[in-house]
Design a protein around this ligand. Sequence first.
Ligand SMILES: Nc1ncnc2c1ncn2[C@@H]1O[C@H](COP(=O)(O)OP(=O)(O)O)[C@@H](O)[C@H]1O
Ligand SMILES: [Mg+2]
Length: 388
Amino acid sequence: MSGETDIVVTEKDVLAALKGVKDPDLGRDLVDLGMIRDVRVGPGKVALTVNLTTPACPLKGKIEADVRQALESRLPAGLEIEIRMTAEVRGKGAAETGDIPGVKNVIAVGSGKGGVGKSTMAASIALGLKAHGAAVGLMDADVYGPSIPHLVGASGRPMARGDQIVPVEAAGLKLMSMGFLLEPDQAVVMRGPMLHGIMQQFLRKVEWGNLDYLIIDLPPGTGDIPLTLAQTLPLTGAVVVCTPQEVALLDAARAVAMFRQLRVPLLGMIENMAYFDVMAYLQERGGPQARQLVEGKACFDEEGDERVYLFGRGGARRKAEAMNVPFLGEVPLNLFLRETGDMGRLDAALKEGSPSKAALMGVVEKLAAQVSIRNLKNPKMPKLEILN
Ligand SMILES: Nc1ncnc2c1ncn2[C@@H]1O[C@H](COP(=O)(O)OP(=O)(O)O)[C@@H](O)[C@H]1O
Ligand SMILES: [Mg+2]
């Protein structure tokens, strides 16, 4: 043995050193989860890949640090350690259960009532996952009030290819919406069976291709569409958006109960419009006088935050806890978020410099983690039989 560079360990040593290093969300050893790949050993050197279950993993940095720490502390000193972080979204296999071929996860976003920001959250989730590098589709199932095309600045009509429909693409997302098929002032007048037919076509006849996540913006409430979707294919799970207000929470509880009845797993609840940050607003938009007026004076809550809880405080978090649904986070009211949505540039709200970026990305990452947890716990959801 001449020097440090001659130290040789085996692949077995490396895997043994990693014993006990867990994915904190999944609660199991990385090795057992098959997340440690391409272990290569050479004189003085170890290289490996950690293959995460989602590129939007909120704990990527921690997992990398834990792996490095375990290797450094349990293998001989002086080894050069190279860790590559990759991700591959896991999902259910398409073949057996009537899933959409190539689509790994289907996530429905619902709400108890309208106007709580459900479409804004659905589109933000899609854009956030996309920003992390995932392949994402966004389907607008709110046939009565399709707003997805507008939020992401998509226009035009989907093209037909044979008997298939080619989705419209905008902001890096594959999109399908009733909005693409209607004139701007045309109303949708349809009964349940027709809606069922449209949902079937959106899911089965659209060339979604290979997607890690297909996000579905449901109409508000507990009507025909969630039922028809749950009957059509096994959903990975549902997200419920609500505001902290009591009436919104009561309706959100009904939405949660509906998903439970349909045996759709609940991936989490989002508290939108959680508060309005006055200081941030004045710094962003206020003139010098407004700033002076507030400086030193503003104190709207007991912690001294310059926050106004317009719809009450923390109601959705408490409700989620009470109903045993994961809480995905608070998204404050923000002018820029509203404006980007209105301008068809919601993607800008997820980018650097956006005051809403941190809150939205927090929700996206928590949701991605819940999807991974679900896929590990319940690899297969039975499809709901038609309940006629
Ligand atoms: N966190 C937020 N901050 C500011 N405006 C928001 C926020 N969430 C939603 N909005 C705005 O509220 C309105 C309703 O949102 P939308 O997503 O269309 O709700 P829904 O789909 O539940 O009816 C939109 O004008 C949207 O831009
Ligand atoms: Mg909407």
